[in-house]
Design a protein around this ligand. Sequence first.
Ligand code: SF4
Length: 132
Amino acid sequence: MTRARMPRPHEVAAARRDPRLVRALSERDLDPTWRTRGLCQSVDPETFFPAPSEPADAAVALCRTCDVQGSCLAWALDVGDCHGVWGATTPRERRAMLVAWRSEVHSAPYDAERLAGMNVLRVLEQVGAASG
Ligand code: SF4
């Protein structure tokens, strides 16, 4: 078994700007019932836990059309889940996001100010949730 390396600073910086993480920050604690509304409810759970050598494209594509992807990713980052696809992210992507997440979540006044100035529609478009 190989150990995952620590994310590099540029990876964390990119993760901090990732629209999926921004959405997760804005939708954290927004809807405690998000699990019951996930599109994955009607799909084989194995789809979301591919082997390391297998692509996660099918799961990520489904997540991108899911209304609760922000809450889902927020949950995965809150608990530090390192397995499977959550909120349209792979475990590898979440490693860098987790570092950014912990610093963002623990600096609440900064978050509120930053999120208040964001164009939410633009964020949703970038993550594919505002189309259709
Ligand atoms: S974002 Fe993906 S994993 Fe999360 S609830 Fe939606 S379909 Fe399921």
